[in-house]
Design a protein around this ligand. Structure first.
Ligand code: NAD
Length: 356
């Protein structure tokens, strides 16, 4: 199994190095061999080649079974030509790999409940949900779009447009993800107002016929935004379109309160998926062994679960090892609390490895 690894910038190299130790160990434990190849992306690629996404990187990613990414960007590249900014590398590789589905779990380890922004009685019910966001369609990409002068004033417009095949393929990702979890899928739309949402709902219902084992429900997006803070425990998997998903996935992750804990996956059809922590390159703590490696380690768990058909068990083993580290009281600076054992990036990975 061939994995393309792109550490990127800032803390990217530190956290990815620890995640790779975990990958090696889980491979040895379960008798799997992972080949890894490193590629440049973001600021380090700009420094080495003049651009954020070298052709060689695209080639290596396309040839791999899965891609693991650290983070890109930093102050060094903040003032360069926007056309070759580090983030361009990210957008570029998503496009090259046709990644149309973004999977963002928001789960709160009970050990970190103090970090959650919600009331204790809400937190007590648990948070373990997954937002599946459509990534390449809707209002962010639809045409016509623009700003023009009509009747003497400026008018701005975008087009939230989805074709049937785009809805069908993201719905399938949602149902498949629900099958791997608690088998509940909530499709979020605005079908009471938007025509595009009415089609969304129709197609999701059609796709549901192939998944009789998954319980499908529907919710309007304004209600979903409320329910996420009122009672997030009611959700297993949420599937929604690009703009709604952008907002809801950020809302879901921020309520857990710990950016250094959350992994993500972006999936395409027939191409390798891309797995990365949701946080950025954290230049303020880069190179100081302070970064929390757990989001990247949990991204490896997602990589195994969503890239290979027979890797649910190793993925679960990684997640359990992370939970044990937290249960034992180990914390990096970002999730520290009174009475905890404060550790650095390498030491946190050491504890996870020992638990594996
Ligand atoms: P950030 O996520 O890098 O950092 C926000 C805060 O969270 C910082 O205080 C940081 O120290 C802390 N933090 C983040 N990850 C952490 C971890 N693993 N352990 C401990 N603390 C952690 O966001 P930012 O400061 O807005 O952006 C910094 C750079 O990262 C920018 O150049 C931005 O463009 C880039 N960025 C990249 C990505 C990506 O690669 N996907 C995402 C967001 C931001």
């Amino acid at each position: 199994m061939n994995i393309c690894v792109m550490p990127g910038d800032g803390i990217g190299r530190e956290i990815v190095a620890q995640a790779l130790r975990v990958l090696d160990k889980v491979g040895a434990k379960f008798g799997k061999k992972f080949e890894t190849q490193e590629a440049l992306i973001g600021g380090c690629a700009i420094d080495a080649t003049g651009g954020p996404l070298p052709e060689e990187t695209v080639r290596l990613c396309k040839a791999a079974d899965a891609v693991l990414l650290g983070a890109v960007g930093g102050p060094k590249w903040d003032t360069i030509d926007p056309a070759i900014r580090p983030e361009r590398g990210l957008l570029g590789i998503r496009k090259e790999l046709g990644l149309f589905a973004n999977l963002r779990p928001a789960s709160l380890f009970p050990e970190l409940k103090h970090a959650c922004y919600l009331r204790p009685d809400i937190v007590a019910k648990g948070i373990d949900l997954l937002v599946v966001r459509e990534l390449t369609g809707g209002a962010y990409f639809g045409t016509p779009k623009g700003v023009e002068v009509r009747d003497g004033e400026r008018v701005g417009f975008n087009n939230m447009i989805y074709s049937e095949h785009e809805i069908r393929r993201i719905a399938k990702v949602g149902f498949e993800a629900a099958r791997k979890r608690r088998k509940q899928l909530c499709s979020v739309d605005k079908a009471n107002v938007l025509d595009v949402s009415r089609l969304w709902r129709e197609v999701v219902i059609e796709v549901s016929k192939d998944y009789p084992d998954v319980a499908l429900s529907h919710m309007y997006v304004d209600n979903a935004a409320m329910q996420l803070v009122r009672d997030p425990s009611q959700f297993d998997v949420i599937v929604t379109e690009n703009l709604f998903g952008d907002i809801l996935s950020d809302e879901a992750s921020v309520i857990t309160g710990s950016i250094g804990m959350l992994p993500s996956a972006s999936l395409g059809a027939g191409n390798p998926g891309l797995f990365e922590p949701i946080h950025g390159s954290a230049p303020d703590i880069a190179g100081q062994n302070k970064a929390n490696p757990l989001a990247t380690i949990l991204s490896v768990a997602m990589l195994l679960r969503y890239s290979f058909s027979d890797m649910d068990e190793p993925a679960a083993a990684i997640e359990a090892a992370v939970q044990k580290a937290l249960q034992a009281g180990y914390r990096t600076g970002d999730i520290r609390e009174e009475g905890c054992k404060l550790v650095g990036c390498v030491e946190m990975a050491d504890v996870v490895l020992a638990n594996l």
